[in-house]
Design a protein around this ligand. Structure first.
Ligand code: GAR
Length: 187
C-alpha cells in the first residue's frame, strides 16, 4: 500500500477530495494529516474519515525534529501540500527528495511566491484583468512555488468575474485534477 501524508492549513477541501478519491483504494491510502493550525477544519475532516491527525507549532516544524521524526517514521510515498501555507524547511526536502508536491491556485511561474496564496492570488489576477488562470501542481523546493511543474490546467476569466467567481472556477479544477494527478504519480 502506498502512503500519502497531507499537510494543510485550513478548510481542507483539497484534502477531502484526496481522502474521498482513495477511500476504497487498495493501492493508496492517506495515512496521516498534519496541520500547523490546531483549529483547522481539515483535522476534523481527517478524524471523520478515520485518519490519524496532528497539529504542530513552528518550533516543532522548523527547529525541533518532531515533524521530521514523525515523517521519517511514516515513510510516505508522497507528501501532499493541500493549502499548506508555511515554507518547507530544507531538511525535510532533503529527507524526501521528489516526494513533496504542492497545489497552487494560479498558472506558475506567474502569481507565485511569498504572500501569494488563496484569495490574494485571485484578487491580484482580477485586478490585473487577466483573461485566463488555472492551477499548477508542482514539486516543492526550498523556494516558494518554484519546483518543476507536474500538471497545469486552465480556466478562462470573464470580464465580469470577481475574485470569488475565479476562486470557484479554480476550486472545480482542483477537485478535477489534484487526486487524479496524485494517482498517476503513485502508479
Ligand atoms: C487552495 O485553493 C489551494 O490551491 C491554495 O489554498 C487553497 C486551500 O483550500 N493554496 C495556495 O494558495 C498555496 N500557495 P482548501 O483548504 O479548501 O483545500
Amino acid at each position: 500500500m502506498k502512503k500519502i501524508v497531507i499537510l494543510a492549513s485550513g478548510n481542507g477541501t483539497n484534502a477531502q477530495a484526496i481522502i474521498d478519491h482513495f477511500a476504497s483504494s487498495k493501492l493508496v491510502t492517506v495515512s496521516l494529516i498534519l496541520s500547523n493550525k490546531p483549529q483547522a477544519y481539515v483535522l476534523e475532516r481527517g478524524t471523520k474519515a478515520g485518519i490519524s491527525v496532528m497539529s504542530f507549532n513552528r518550533f516543532a516544524f522548523a527547529k525541533a525534529e518532531h515533524v521530521q521524526r514523525l515523517l521519517n517514521q511514516e515513510q510516505p510515498d508522497l507528501i501532499v501540500l493541500a493549502g499548506f501555507l508555511w515554507k518547507i524547511p530544507s531538511f525535510l526536502i532533503q529527507d524526501h527528495p521528489n516526494k513533496i508536491i504542492n497545489i497552487h491556485p494560479a498558472l506558475l511561474p506567474n502569481y507565485g511566491g511569498k504572500g501569494m496564496y488563496g484569495m490574494n492570488v485571485h484578487r491580484a489576477i482580477i485586478e490585473n484583468k487577466e483573461t485566463e488562470s488555472g492551477i499548477s501542481i508542482h514539486y516543492v523546493t526550498e523556494n516558494y512555488d518554484e519546483g518543476a511543474i507536474i500538471k497545469q490546467a486552465t480556466c478562462s476569466i470573464a470580464k465580469t468575474d470577481t475574485a470569488e467567481d475565479l476562486a470557484a472556477k479554480i476550486h472545480l479544477l482542483e477537485q478535477e485534477y489534484f487526486a487524479t494527478t496524485i494517482e498517476e504519480l503513485l502508479s
